[in-house]
Design a protein around this ligand. Structure first.
Ligand code: C5P
Length: 319
């Protein structure tokens, strides 16, 4: 990845964009030996992003400063975990950084905000510290830190298999598409809870063999996403976790009902383990009009909303 000079605010200050993702398809196939679920997904980056700036420190300290008080900036923060993993891999105790996070992606929302911040940290510090770690090694570190982090580095539209960390390019979608995204700001969903509840309800029917996993992957690879899209032929959105989250989360019910009422919405679904929900539109203008027509309704429902384009890349040193 090359450094765009506009991101080097000074010779030692670097700005990185960390975009959110949505799940166009999230299918739970089974349980893996490592205790994680075997997944079959399509993920899509969108133009809602956190902004992170990195500057070198001379004392080897790594410090995180965030504009959002509800986020912990201690050792459990994924940004610090990513920075420390990168530093340890080089065994250089002098590598230090001050990291400023401007949080725009809602927290605990199913949009991979924390994962994308960690991905941006791996990519950003690799540039800032000039550690020259290959993309393959960065992807390995990303997978160690979290299942969605490899996708957040690569971004765009990808099939994500395994724990979510095995990526295959997906080039069938029209990248002029856009989403309206909604979230109740007072609600967050725990991802471990969503998966363990899903296992409680469906574990008996999980596939057990690799050949069965592969059959599902093949079906997803062959699904016809490229056909002209309209209300009679919507995108084949699917999210298995919605089955367990929606019934106990009024914010998701409210969000989906709102999205289903929007003019021009092609298809709608929950993202990740929720509670964010989204509707797909043919283009940004259609999504923007739908949102503008419904400002009062959103306020009454207590929902935050965003209108975002699909994005063709993940974390990046430029917009
Ligand atoms: O990998 P990550 O830390 O994002 O996962 C958060 C939690 O979600 C895991 O601890 C696990 O409970 C659940 N999970 C899972 N299978 C996956 C991904 C996540 O069970 N493939």
């Amino acid at each position: 990845m090359t450094v765009n000079m506009s991101n080097l605010i000074s010779s030692e200050l670097l700005r990185v964009i960390a975009p959110a993702k949505i799940n166009l398809h999230l299918e739970v196939l089974g349980l893996r030996q490592d205790g994680f679920h075997e997944l079959c997904m399509v993920m899509q980056s969108i133009d809602l992003f956190d902004e992170i700036t990195f500057s070198k420190t001379k004392n080897g300290k790594i410090e995180l400063i965030c504009d959002n008080q509800s986020l912990t900036t201690g050792d459990d923060n994924l940004i610090l975990k990513a920075a420390k993993l990168l530093k340890c891999s080089r065994r250089n105790k002098d590598l230090g950084a001050e990291i400023h996070l401007k949080k725009n992606i809602p927290i605990g929302a199913g949009l991979a905000g924390g994962s994308s911040d960690a991905a941006a940290t791996l990519v950003g510090l690799n540039e800032l510290w000039e550690t020259k770690i290959s993309e393959m090694e960065l992807q390995g570190m990303a997978a160690k830190l979290g299942s969605d982090i490899p996708f957040c580095i690569a971004g765009g539209t990808q099939f994500c298999f395994g724990r979510g960390d095995v990526l295959e390019p997906f080039d069938q979608l029209n990248d002029s598409m856009a989403v309206v995204l909604v979230k109740d700001p007072s609600v967050a969903v725990s991802t471990p809870w969503a998966y363990s509840r899903y296992k409680e309800l469906n574990g008996r029917n999980y596939f057990r063999f690799e050949e069965d996993f592969e059959k599902r992957r093949q079906l997803l690879r062959r699904a016809d996403w490229a056909n002209p899209i309209d209300l009679l032929n919507p995108l084949p959105l699917r999210n298995d976790l919605q089955e367990v989250v929606e019934p106990v989360t009024p914010a998701v019910q409210k969000g989906l009902k709102f999205l289903s009422s929007l003019n021009g919405a092609i298809s709608f679904s929950m993202s990740g383990s929720g509670p964010s929900c989204f509707a797909i539109f043919a283009n940004f203008a259609a999504a923007k009009i739908a949102l503008e027509q419904n400002h009062e309704k959103l306020e009454l429902l207590g929902l935050e909303a965003w209108c975002c384009s699909f994005r063709s890349k993940g974390v990046s040193l430029d917009l």
